[in-house]
Design a protein around this ligand. Structure first.
Ligand SMILES: [Fe+2]
Length: 462
């Protein structure tokens, strides 16, 4: 072998080595992230008793056990069954029990009957999780470049899917525990972020202001840098006329003024469908509020406690958000207005990692940058755009121009829900900080209120 060909051979070997180590390091990153997400789900449910984990308190709510198993089913169905050579499901019936809504992946058990399933037990669901995790580990350790290219995007989608279910696990168990007259405590960690009473009363209560935005042509949607759901694209230009946006979400104290002004009894503020719902459901306050001896209390993940007037109001439906806005002489923002305003703010705030599981008053925020020292400049900037409460927008959840759902089962993830729902933005105290994006579009039907949903007002130019 000549010196030149020796040199070439050693270069090829070096390239191969570096490709190998590149793929090894990306496999390690993927695997670490996978385990981090999976462990966080386990940690969230760790304080619950098996009896807590099987209850379904309404059709929208899934038992904790179902969340544990369904998120696992996702990896088994879309990765192991497709890509792991010779993989055979240990319990093939789980494919039916733990499919949620993917018609292309086969038949599924009825959603509203999930609470009737006492087997598999919670322990068996946890064993299912551990078994699938180790199969994923095995698959990753034997994966070559080509396989990695195929499975990495699905693995990442599965992790984001699991983070969505972590949020549902929290809002669902809150609804379950709220049915119990003993008002069980999920976590009693609220004190960590509380302030002393004397400090609270000394705090100046600042009304929200409106910040003006000029008309502008802006790029809406995800720019393709990193992970995003398909419903955040295609990125496109949109003309956003001039508008104003409130500096922070509406607080409980402000919402009580609407309640006490007979807001729930005055049809002039309500959409027709909303008015029907209010009367049918006999709503007179947000979900989880009860009045005892003239005092408003609300059920939180830390038990029943007096409504805190400074916290953002939450567990309101689109109908209530819209009625409040009408009462206040304002309106809800469009999702394009929200995205435009939110783009210049970092994704910081009170998220699930703070383990508060409840929205925080802006001046008592766990994130320091939203703390007391910012109070002086509060009229000129937006607060709590991310975390605390999802903010209802007046935009119907519909496809962006040029959107096409992907073919196959995973194309069922978002596209088929683009009917009769409204977009919410910004994430909540139950959302992962690593899950939310400026372009993230959450969506719910207008009567739903068991998520941490709140209100930020917008206005047209005077
Ligand atoms: Fe799911």
């Amino acid at each position: 072998m000549s010196a030149t060909s020796l040199e070439a051979a050693s270069t090829t070997a070096a390239v191969k080595r570096s490709l190998f180590s590149a793929s090894q390091s990306s496999i390690k990153r993927l695997r670490d992230r996978f385990h981090q997400v999976r462990k966080f789900t386990n940690a969230l449910s760790a304080g619950l008793e098996p009896e807590d984990c099987v209850v379904q308190s309404m059709p929208d709510v899934s038992p904790t056990k179902w969340h544990l198993a369904h998120t696992t089913w996702f990896f088994e169905t879309f990765i192991l069954k497709k890509f792991a050579p010779g993989y055979r499901a240990e319990i093939p019936e789980y494919a039916y029990l733990f499919n949620s809504y993917y018609n292309a992946a086969g038949d599924m058990h009825r959603r509203d009957l999930r609470g009737l399933i006492s087997r598999p037990t919670v322990n068996e669901a946890q064993r299912y999780r551990a078994s699938i995790d180790s199969h994923i580990d095995d698959l990753l350790s034997s994966a070559d470049e080509n396989l990695l290219d195929e499975i990495a995007p699905i693995l990442v989608l599965g992790m984001h899917h699991e983070q969505q279910h972590q949020e549902l696990l929290i809002t669902d168990i809150k609804h379950v525990l709220a049915q119990n007259p003993l008002y069980p405590v999920f976590r009693s960690g609220r004190a960590r972020h509380s302030v002393r009473v004397e400090e609270q009363t000394a705090m100046e209560f600042r009304p929200y202001q409106f910040i003006d935005f000029e008309e502008a042509l802006i790029a809406i949607g995800h720019n393709g840098d990193g992970f995003a759901y398909d419903n955040e694209g295609p990125r496109h230009q949109a003309l956003v006329p001039a508008f104003s946006l409130a500096t922070r979400p509406i607080t409980n104290g402000e919402y009580i003024a609407f309640v006490e002004d007979n807001g729930y009894k005055r049809p002039e503020f309500w959409l027709s469908l909303g008015w029907m719902t209010v009367n049918e459901q006999r709503w007179n306050a947000p979900l989880y509020w009860i009045k005892r001896d003239g005092v408003w209390l609300n059920f939180t993940m830390s038990g029943l406690r007096p409504v805190d007037q400074f916290e953002p109001v939450t567990h309101v439906s689109y109908f209530e958000a819209d009625a409040y806005a009408n009462w206040a002489g304002a309106r809800l923002p469009t999702e394009f207005e929200w995205e435009r305003a939110g783009l210049s703010y970092p994704i910081e705030g009170n998220f699930v990692e703070d383990e508060l599981f409840h929205p925080a008053a802006w001046h008592r925020h766990p994130a320091d940058n939203h703390g007391l020292e910012a109070q002086a400049t509060s009229d000129r900037q937006l607060y709590q755009m991310f975390g605390d409460v999802w903010e209802w927008t007046r935009s119907a959840y519909s496809p962006y121009p040029g959107y096409r759902a992907a073919p196959g089962a995973l194309g069922e993830y978002n596209g088929k829900f683009m009917c009769n729902q409204y977009v919410l933005r910004g994430g909540s105290c139950a959302t992962s900080r690593t899950h939310i994006r400026h372009t993230y579009r959450n969506f719910f039907q207008p009567e739903k209120r068991w998520q941490f949903t709140g209100i930020r007002l917008a206005r047209d130019p005077e």
